[in-house]
Design a protein around this ligand. Sequence first.
Ligand SMILES: [Cu+2]
Length: 77
Amino acid sequence: MQKIIMNINGMTCLGCVSSVKNVLERIAGVNGVDVSLENEQVTIQYDAEKTNVNQFKEAIMEAGFEINISKETTQQA
Ligand SMILES: [Cu+2]
């Protein structure tokens, strides 16, 4: 299982948090999504054989948010 933490711009309320959570949880291979409005951060646990970071970025951008890629980190979970 892989874990990635990305910073997101544009989340202003709990509605935004659930939008981000929903689009990510819909992706096959995603096992856990944790969104922090306070830190403007999303933590995703996923199976690297089934999905990848580009899919997360696409889904988040389609939902109307921006990603601060400079703060992206990946780690083995
Ligand atoms: Cu909102």
